[in-house]
Design a protein around this ligand. Sequence first.
Ligand code: AMP
Ligand code: GLY
Length: 421
Amino acid sequence: MKILVIGGGGREHAIIRKLRENPAAETIYALPGNGGIAADAECVNIGAKDLEGILRFAREKEIDYAVVAPDDPLALGCVDLLEEAGIPCFGPRKNAAEIEGSKVFAKNLMKKYGIPTAAFEVFTSPEEALAYLETAPIPTVVKADGLALGKGVTVAMTREEAKNAVREIMEEKKFGASGDRIVIEEYLEGPEVSVLSFTDGTTLIPMVSSMDHKRAGDGDTGLNTGGMGTVAPNPFYTEEVAQECMERIFLPTIRAMKAEGREFRGCLYFGLMITADGPKVIEYNCRFGDPETQVVLPLLESDLLEIMRAVTEGCLKDADVRFRKGSACCVVLASEGYPAHYEKGFEIDIPADVLPHVFVAGAALKDGKLVTSGGRVLGVTATAGTLPDAVREAYALADRITFANRFYRKDIGAKALAACK
Ligand code: AMP
Ligand code: GLY
């Protein structure tokens, strides 16, 4: 089989590694991939948002199956386009991807179908939003409606902070048209859990739970990032919570999407907060999480390609989806300064025995050598029987990778370890 994977980060590297375990995956193309992915797939310099380029390539190479991983091409309708050309795909169609692409859509869906989430108001003008904030309970949370590279959310601890967020999003248009509408919502408290799931629109199978570490600095300080590390499973996601999520959140969500004529097929990601009132949805993503995927897929015992094809064909209920016992930890090595300004182009040294644990996110090949090319450079994943061992091993491996301006959090897994005690 010739397989196409759209995207070029650590998540895509983890997906490609796992797909390769199936001998039927003869050729895997990554569009655009990256310098590290090049060791596991044929990278082709076509951008993930270049839908015409992707379609042309897929036709030319007679691709048998495509995996669309990032939010942008999903929101643009990449799956619709490839499917119309007769190429089976993993990923939701455009109208289903809106569950991530529009927070207003997601919040209204949850309200209509009684899915637990923070109370909210939608605003289309800055004047109304600012007036509302005069008396709104504080802290509060301000969210741009559309995609904003994961930066569209402000958790405001003061009224002024909330107003500034509204001005930036709606008046200064910091995120362009993504800020034409905003959601202002109730501030919730509790541990956060990421649950990625496979769904064919009717059946939903959750993957092992995980915990992201979004802030750049130790102790959850500093700026929000794409994610500085992950552990799986998440100790706050107990059997009881899992059951409640399945009954009150997961199944109601896919039923709601179907009822709206937006059947969701692919990986549906639930960003949850376990509040004193039970689990609530913080966000939906229409795709695998990054770097959640880098801990979840290494724990997947079954065959990823088989599962993906079952999702596409609508027969997930018959698929074999099993996860290993044990834990995983992924530590992201970033460029000093990320997520703001950072330098790139530094040579990366990875010992050969560490390489199988590395998922490359932002690195390019220059004269045959791997050099840094992004903020998040790579993720190092270790799996072990216990969480303490996985965390220890991930850091031991990470310490053996060197590049100039290397920067990483020293406390990935600390919260989870404390919860286990
Ligand atoms: P999002 O981009 O929607 O995942 O939001 C980014 C982060 O903001 C989340 O991971 C939470 O830590 C935080 N957040 C979002 N919504 C809320 C909320 N209603 N209450 C408290 N924190 C929130
Ligand atoms: N790690 C969070 C996300 O993928 O959205």
